[in-house]
Design a binder for this molecule. Sequence first.
Ligand code: AP5
Length: 244
Amino acid sequence: MVAGMSVPIAADTAGRQTAFVGPIILLGAPGAGKGTQAQLIAERYGIPQISTGDILRSNVSRGTELGKKAKAVMDRGELVSDELVCGMVADRLQQPDCARGFILDGFPRTAAQANWLDEFLAARTFGGRHLPPVVISIEVGYNQLLQRLTGRRSCPSDGQIYNIYSHPPKKEGICDLCGSQLIQRPDDKEEVIAKRLEKYQAETLPLVDYYRNQGRLQKLNGELPVEQVTAATFAALVRPEAEK
Ligand code: AP5
């Protein structure tokens, strides 16, 4: 239970597909494994993964106004404006599938986004109750991040994530689940990766302190194998005492 809450959060029981899980925030550098873990949490608890990167990429590929504004910024490895991203997240969080909870993957990413989210959540209830966010920071060193990002391949159809070094598909270049041709993200080129990591250090890393100061932060060692990170993530959801 989260301190001060009387609702079981993500109870590890048969009821987890119907429980009010509340907001979950995954913090971590590019390549830390936020998307990988978010997919597994979403499956286990039946709540949506809200990846701002995925929503932006979908807008880019559909050629929407938002996508046109975001594309060049993303291709350079910089951050899309707070105004655009917060508006996009606000729209997404109004959808009925967010009623029991949601996983924020890649948001918030700046102090302004974190402040906006605090205000948004203050006015939001889950099953009639306010639930504070569970904030998990997935920590991975620089060299490991580089290898993960350059080795990442994803499925454009179902979003499955692979890695040519650590988690290759059964057949090279093909999604195990749907048979689509896997792709490499345009921002996973080395020069863009360097810019993304720089932006992370400058803009997003300070949020670790922001949430630590709120008593909500839980840090995980993201260098462990995926299954071990997942086990630690699930444990953080049922026992979310904040790191002191
Ligand atoms: P976004 O799509 O959010 O990218 P990111 O934060 O850079 O994160 P990644 O998706 O690269 O990494 P991840 O942590 O999800 O790792 P993954 O699980 O895939 O953002 C892209 C761009 O959109 C930004 O640069 C920005 O321009 C814009 N944007 C997005 N949100 C924004 C916002 N809020 N504000 C402003 N702009 C925004 O794993 C990586 C690889 O590692 C995979 O191959 C995986 O198989 C492997 N792996 C994962 N876990 C492990 C493990 N434990 N061991 C070994 N390998 C592992």
